[in-house]
Design a protein around this ligand. Structure first.
Ligand SMILES: Nc1ncnc2c1ncn2[C@@H]1O[C@H](COP(=O)(O)OP(=O)(O)OP(=O)(O)O)[C@@H](O)[C@H]1O
Length: 254
């Protein structure tokens, strides 16, 4: 579980996050949504320990990050997995080498042990016959599977994903969303996903926080977001023509 209390973060005197308080449960897919520039990425970077907040605290399963010493903070960061926007795979490494990379960086395991663990996660994300391929030789959906496998290979307690299905067709995007949700539940990980994708919201939004101008404007789940009266949220949700049509059809009882 991650608890965030009164989090403030700014740059050059401009406040970007203006006192966010929320919590993210273990085993659940937690989504951050909001308009462009609302502070979602800054918030995610604070959760990753990449930005130090000016005020407030982030508590990881009872451990207050700012109260840990350097080594404890490093240990905590090593228990985090990250799926970057656009996958961010190493072009010159095979799928298998990409996935083993965090084990090489953070553990002293022997090669056979690393290979064994890599193959376990390769099976879990259902990457078939891809071990020796380069990222350029596999599809975008498969690249995401590699990115997810690499993020979970170290058995993280926390998984952060930045736009994990950007650039994928809607069907593949849903498959990737569902894979992240299944893994989150199966391995009991606290997962936080930064997304613009309303399909993801509908599919895996077990907890959703909506940021607006650096404030937490609304929070709830996927069943509540379509019923809320909050104007900023409905503006955002129904900004796509497709969702507007669905809403109008619902209102007309079609
Ligand atoms: N390292 C930084 N230094 C200075 N300002 C920054 C830095 N990182 C982000 N900002 C500013 O913080 C604000 C929020 O940016 P952020 O990237 O978090 O928005 P976002 O909600 O993720 O937007 P988008 O959906 O477009 O990715 C922006 O005005 C941005 O310019």
């Amino acid at each position: 579980m991650i608890e965030v209390k009164n989090l403030h973060k700014g740059f050059n005197g401009e406040e970007i996050l203006k006192g966010i308080t929320t919590s993210f449960k273990r085993g659940k897919t937690n989504l951050i949504i909001g308009t462009s520039g609302s502070g979602k990425t800054v918030f995610l970077k604070c959760l990753l320990g990449l930005f130090a907040p000016e005020k407030g605290s982030i508590i990881y399963d009872g451990k207050v990050y700012s109260e840990l010493d350097e080594e404890e903070q490093r240990g905590l960061r090593e228990s985090m997995g990250m799926v970057f926007q656009g996958s961010a795979l190493f072009d010159s490494m095979t799928v298998e080498e990409n996935i083993m990379f965090p084990l090489r960086m953070f553990t002293k395991q022997k090669k056979a042990e690393m290979l064994d663990r890599a193959n376990t996660v390769i099976d879990r994300v259902q990457l078939i016959n891809a071990n020796k391929k380069l990222p350029s030789e596999i599809s975008g959906g498969m690249q995401k599977r590699v990115a997810i496998a690499r993020a979970i290979v170290t058995r993280p307690n926390y998984l952060f994903c930045d736009e994990p299905n950007s650039g994928l067709d809607p069907k593949t995007a849903t498959v990737i969303d569902n894979l992240i949700q299944e893994i989150t539940e199966e391995y009991d990980i606290t997962t936080v996903i930064n997304t613009h994708d309303m399909n993801s919201v509908m599919e895996i939004g077990e907890k959703i926080i909506f940021l607006r101008y650096g404030n937490l404007e609304w929070e709830g789940d996927k069943s509540q977001i379509f019923k809320t009266d909050n104007e900023a949220v409905t503006d955002f949700v129904y900004s796509s023509n497709l969702f507007k049509k669905v809403r109008n059809a619902q209102l007309k009882g079609l």
